[in-house]
Design a protein around this ligand. Structure first.
Ligand SMILES: *Cc1c(COP(=O)(O)O)cnc(C)c1O
Length: 340
C-alpha cells in the first residue's frame, strides 16, 4: 500500500525509506550486495572519504507513468557516468549491470514510496560510493562501499514555473583539467560558498565561467545550460569541465529528432548571451528550468522570453521530454527502463 504522504506538497528533502542497497569492495573485488533496513553508515574515523574526500555519486528518479508502471529514465547512462567518475577518482568502478540490478531492487522494495502518477512528485534515487577503509598517507583507499538509497521528492514547479535570476560567480567550481566533468561531492563542497553568496545577494543560481579565461560559459553548480538563438537553434556549451548531464543530452536529441531544430555543442562566450532568445538550465530534478536574467557585475542580460514564463522553444523541449518520460510521447529505444 502507498505511504500516507501528501505527494503534491512534498519538498526536496530527505525522508528515510524502507530499504537501501549496500555492496563492499574488499580484497580487490566487489563483494555480493544486499538490501538493508539500516540507514546508518558506520566507518572508521580515518576512512578515506572523511580524510581525502574520495567519493562519487549519481542522481536519477523513478516515477509512475500514466499506465501505472514504475520506470526510470536512461539509468544505463548514470551507471556508465558513475564508472567514469570512479576511474577519475582512482576508485574501482561499480559494474554497470550490477548498478541496474541494485536500482531495480531498491525501487521494487520501496514501491510504496514511489509517488502516484499525476502528483508531479518522484522517487529520487541516490547511488554513491566512497572510500571506507583507513587512509592517512595520501593515496587511494583499499576498501570502498557502494550504496543506493531513495527518497520521495515533491514536484519541482510546485508554485508554477518562475524564470530564474542568475549571477556570474566570482568563484570557480572546477579547475582547468580538474574534476568538473565528473559527479563528485568535492565539486559541490567547493561550490557551496558561491551558492550561499549568490542566494544572499538574491540570485537563484550561479553561472560559472571557464576558470582559465573567464570568457566562456560553463554551467551552474548542478545543471547544464541550453540557449536558443533567434533562428531557433539550440546551443549548449562545450568544455572539458562541464558535467555531461543526461537531461541535456536527451534534450539535444529531442530538439533534433522530435522538434526538427538545429542543435550544436560549442564553446559559448559570455558576451554572446545578449544575442540569445531563450535560456534554460537542465538536470534531473527540474528537467529544464527557464532563466530570465543573468547578471555579471553591473552588466545585465535580460532574455526576450522574460521573467514570467518559459520561452516557447524551452516549453516545447520540456513538454516533449516530460511526455517521453511519462509515456504520453513515444520514447526512443532504450530510454525508459521499466521496473514493475
Ligand atoms: C548532476 C549534475 C548535472 C545534471 O545532470 P543530469 O544527469 O541531467 O541530472 C549538471 N551539472 C552538474 C555539475 C551535476 O552534478
Amino acid at each position: 500500500m502507498k505511504k500516507d504522504i501528501d505527494w503534491g506538497n512534498l519538498g526536496f528533502g530527505y525522508i528515510t525509506t524502507d530499504k537501501r542497497y549496500v555492496a563492499d569492495y574488499r580484497e580487490g573485488q566487489w563483494q555480493e550486495g544486499r538490501l538493508t533496513d539500516d540507514a546508518t553508515v558506520v566507518i572508521n574515523e580515518c576512512a578515506g572519504i572523511l580524510q581525502y574526500c574520495q567519493e562519487v555519486f549519481e542522481g536519477l528518479k523513478a516515477y509512475t507513468t500514466e499506465d501505472g508502471s514504475i520506470v526510470t529514465f536512461r539509468p544505463d547512462l548514470n551507471a556508465s557516468r558513475m564508472a567514469d567518475s570512479a576511474r577519475r577518482m582512482e576508485m574501482p568502478p561499480f559494474p554497470e549491470e550490477r548498478f541496474i540490478e541494485a536500482l531495480d531492487a531498491v525501487v521494487r522494495e520501496n514501491a510504496d514510496w514511489v509517488p502516484p502518477f499525476g502528483t508531479g512528485a518522484t522517487l529520487y534515487i541516490r547511488p554513491y560510493m566512497f572510500a571506507s577503509t583507513p587512509v592517512i598517507g595520501v593515496k587511494p583507499a583499499e576498501g570502498y562501499q557502494f550504496r543506493m538509497f531513495c527518497t520521495p521528492v515533491g514536484p519541482y514547479f510546485k508554485d508554477g514555473v518562475k524564470p530564474l535570476s542568475i549571477c556570474v560567480s566570482d568563484f570557480d567550481r572546477a579547475a582547468p583539467r580538474g574534476t568538473g566533468f565528473i559527479k563528485a561531492g568535492l565539486n559541490y563542497a567547493m561550490s557551496l560558498h558561491a551558492h550561499v553568496t549568490a542566494h544572499a545577494a538574491g540570485y537563484d543560481e550561479n553561472m560559472f565561467l571557464d576558470p582559465a579565461t573567464r570568457t566562456y560559459v560553463e554551467e551552474t553548480g548542478g545543471a547544464n545550460f541550453l540557449f536558443i538563438t533567434k533562428d531557433g537553434e539550440v546551443v549548449t556549451p562545450e568544455s572539458d569541465s562541464i558535467l555531461p548531464s543526461v537531461t541535456r543530452r536527451s534534450l539535444m536529441y529531442v530538439a533534433e529528432h522530435y522538434l526538427g531544430l538545429k542543435t550544436v555543442q560549442r564553446p559559448v562566450r559570455f558576451d554572446e548571451l545578449k544575442d540569445f532568445e531563450e535560456c534554460g538550465i537542465c538536470g534531473t530534478a527540474a528537467v529544464i528550468c527557464p532563466v530570465g536574467r543573468v547578471v555579471r557585475g553591473d552588466e545585465e542580460v535580460l532574455f526576450p522570453s522574460g521573467m514570467e514564463k518559459m520561452g516557447p522553444i524551452t516549453q516545447k523541449l520540456y513538454d516533449t521530454l516530460v511526455g517521453i518520460q511519462y509515456g504520453t510521447v513515444p520514447a526512443p529505444e532504450g530510454w525508459i527502463h521499466k521496473i514493475c
